[in-house]
Design a protein around this ligand. Structure first.
Ligand SMILES: Nc1ncnc2c1ncn2[C@@H]1O[C@H](COP(=O)(O)OP(=O)(O)OP(=O)(O)O)[C@@H](O)[C@H]1O
Ligand SMILES: [Mg+2]
Length: 229
């Protein structure tokens, strides 16, 4: 099967079982550069499994995933992890900042891991922290900032390498609605300004409202949903 024309990342007929549980049962997905797609569906329906497969973290039992013309399953583990570092960004429900590092060191970390100098990495980190309105927190440690601030630091860290795809799994799941909306506003503005595609897993309609398109996953199967306006 060929991926849809113009798609940056696509998946066809994904299946993944954990023992007797079919986490994915023929899921399809496709996203264009610059597009924000919300992946919705009830708990246990396979949203995170789909995201992990698309990001090359989990290997599906069958089906194909094509990124930028390359099939993920044809790559070695080390090629896939190099791709994750160079082309993908990640934000999870609980920011997963490194507690021992300051906020600016956390944001700079992906660049440092890619071999960047401390000075250059922290300069780029601060630019992103300004855009996410957390540059005043640069010297604080994650335990000294609020949940919403921490998530904005995590979003800055996910974007600092200029990823082509940002994977966000319930990025506002631990925040109140006001903080959640601000994080979504800043995340989608920042991603759109760099033409990054965003795979946004959420079960909240108000979070999905920031997307261009919604995909619903049920029992490991996905389908496009027309936005109800
Ligand atoms: N590592 C694993 N080992 C065993 N079963 C798993 C594993 N990961 C997921 N599952 C099972 O696969 C199914 C899909 O899980 P998944 O985490 O993708 O759901 P989800 O839609 O992200 O749910 P939630 O909204 O609760 O995060 C569930 O039945 C889950 O229990
Ligand atoms: Mg999940």
């Amino acid at each position: 099967m060929t991926p849809p024309a113009g798609s940056l990342l696509s998946a066809e007929q994904l299946r993944k079982a954990y023992g007797p549980t079919a986490a994915l049962d023929g899921a399809e997905f496709s996203i264009h550069p610059g597009e924000v797609v919300a992946v919705m569906g009830p708990s246990g329906s396979g949203k995170s499994t789909l995201l992990h497969c698309l990001a090359g973290i989990v290997t599906p039992d069958s089906g194909t995933i094509t990124y930028n013309g390359h099939e993920l399953s044809a790559m070695s583990d080390s090629q896939r992890s190099a791709l994750r570092r160079s082309d993908f960004g990640f934000v999870f429900q609980f920011g997963q900042l490194v507690p021992e590092l300051t906020c600016v060191e956390n944001v700079a970390l992906p660049l440092r891991l890619n071999g960047g100098s401390r000075k250059e990495a922290e300069r780029a980190a601060l630019t992103w922290m300004e855009r996410l309105e957390v540059d005043d927190l640069r010297k604080k440690r994650p335990s000294e900032v609020s949940g919403g601030q921490g998530q904005r630091v995590a979003v800055a860290r996910s974007l600092v390498t200029n990823p082509r795809v940002l994977f966000a799994d319930e990025p506002t799941g631990a925040l109140d609605s006001l903080n959640g909306e601000r994080v979504m506003e800043l995340l989608t503005d920042a991603a759109r300004s760099t033409n990054a595609a965003v795979v946004l897993v959420t079960h909240e309609a108000r979070v999905a409202a920031y997307s261009d398109r919604e995909v619903v996953v049920r029992d490991g199967k996905s389908r496009d949903m027309e936005r109800a306006v």
